[in-house]
Design a protein around this ligand. Structure first.
Ligand code: PLP
Length: 368
């Protein structure tokens, strides 16, 4: 039986093996393992790539979100609006600073937060909106930035799945008041462990986040504010510098694979809905997500034929046990709940072969 992995990171790394080895060796030989030049260089290269002024590398995407919220002084008694259809880290960061996550339903076609629903839950306690660009596809940033201006609330982009994706001609991460990226290994830009970055154009905010990242320091033993340790390792920064060079080329490979799926799966069944790209969006295809009312049967059929698929995500956050105290119930966000029952992520990674794509399509066609 043929096998198709869901992602294959080794394949991507094989081609840049020497550069990675050299980068790691350089760090080992330098004797500096945190807060050194690799971190500074990566921060400046990544901010230049996104098109923003300041970047603060940190220990994960979750840390980046927590730092952004703390940077704005968001705390107990405040509310932060976000989508119910995301990885739980988005909401955990809100809880970690003591604020209350307020969930909102998604748009039916592109799975991102619905701006119309956002406006209904804005109140005097609302301090920020965390917008997730789910699967690598831009949320409706035009409408969301208008809401931010109208109500004077901060717009935080969770771009953990959207490195190198665009809203019109702007790279995601350069539109909101602040943006957070994850470099978890499986993301479009991934480290060899955990890492993340916060980026923004506001010098005061960046300086505060820089302090919060490193024990509230202004000097070695001068702690002006209460921070924590959210630092990035030099070795991760060095690896990310090497991998950043190939990010857009790897995104193109993902886009080509997505085009193959689009063309080959189009019209094979009314019960197979393919990704929808609004005009404003250039998708980075962190995930290629289809939907089908017989999702579980289709998933098992794929797995039985050696194709690894995933579900992102099977339970929306308002129905997670961890958030039961917020009092949400089944039926509160019907569009996200239906998506959670029907979405299926197909194999998608740079380096997936034509043969693997063709076999995946063949097996899906066999199901219908
Ligand atoms: C991966 C991810 C995060 C968390 O990133 P980590 O680096 O794993 O902490 C946050 N939000 C979204 C949407 C993610 O996909």
């Amino acid at each position: 039986m043929k096998k198709v992995p869901f992602v294959d990171l080794q394949r991507q790394h094989k081609q840049i093996r020497d550069d990675l080895n050299n980068a790691i060796k350089k760090v080992i030989d330098s004797g500096v393992y945190i807060s050194g030049n690799e971190t500074k260089k990566f921060e400046s290269q990544f901010t230049e790539f996104v098109g923003v002024k300041y970047g603060v590398g940190c220990s994960s995407g979750t840390s980046a979100l927590q730092l952004a919220l703390s940077g704005y002084g968001i705390k107990h008694g405040d509310e932060v609006i976000t989508t119910t259809m995301t990885f739980i880290a988005t909401a955990e960061a809100i809880s970690a600073v003591g604020a209350k996550p307020v969930f909102v339903d998604i748009e039916k076609q592109n799975y991102n937060i619905d701006p119309v629903q956002i406006e209904k839950v804005i109140n005097a306690k609302t301090k920020a909106i965390i917008v997730v660009h789910l699967y690598g596809q831009s949320a409706d940033m035009g409408m969301i930035m208008e809401l931010g201006n109208k109500y004077n609330i901060k717009i935080i982009e969770d771009a953990a799945q959207a490195h190198g994706a665009y809203y019109n001609d702007k790279m995601l991460g350069s539109i909101g008041d602040v943006a957070c990226f994850s470099f978890f290994p499986g993301k479009n830009l991934g480290a060899f462990g955990d890492a993340g970055i916060v980026v923004c154009n506001d010098l005061g905010l960046a300086e505060k986040i820089r302090m919060l990242r490193d024990h509230g320091r202004t000097a070695k033993y001068k702690h002006d504010i209460v921070g924590l340790n959210h630092r990035i390792d030099e070795i991760q920064a060095a690896i990310l510098k090497v991998k950043l060079k190939g990010l857009l080329a790897n995104n193109s490979l993902r886009q080509n694979a997505a085009k193959f799926y689009d063309n080959s799966l189009h019209g094979i069944s009314n019960d197979l809905i393919l990704p929808f790209c609004p005009k404003y969006s250039k998708h980075s295809y962190h995930l290629y997500v289809v939907r089908c009312t017989k999702r579980d049967e289709l998933m098992n059929h794929c797995i039985n034929h050696g194709i690894n698929v995933g579900i992102h995500y099977p339970v929306p956050l308002h129905l997670q046990p961890a958030y039961s105290s917020l009092g949400y119930k089944i039926g509160d966000f019907p569009i996200a709940e239906e998506a959670a029952r029907t979405v299926l992520s197909l194999p998608m990674f740079p380096g997936i072969t034509n043969e693997e794509l063709e076999y995946t399509v063949e097996v899906i066609k066999m199901f219908f």
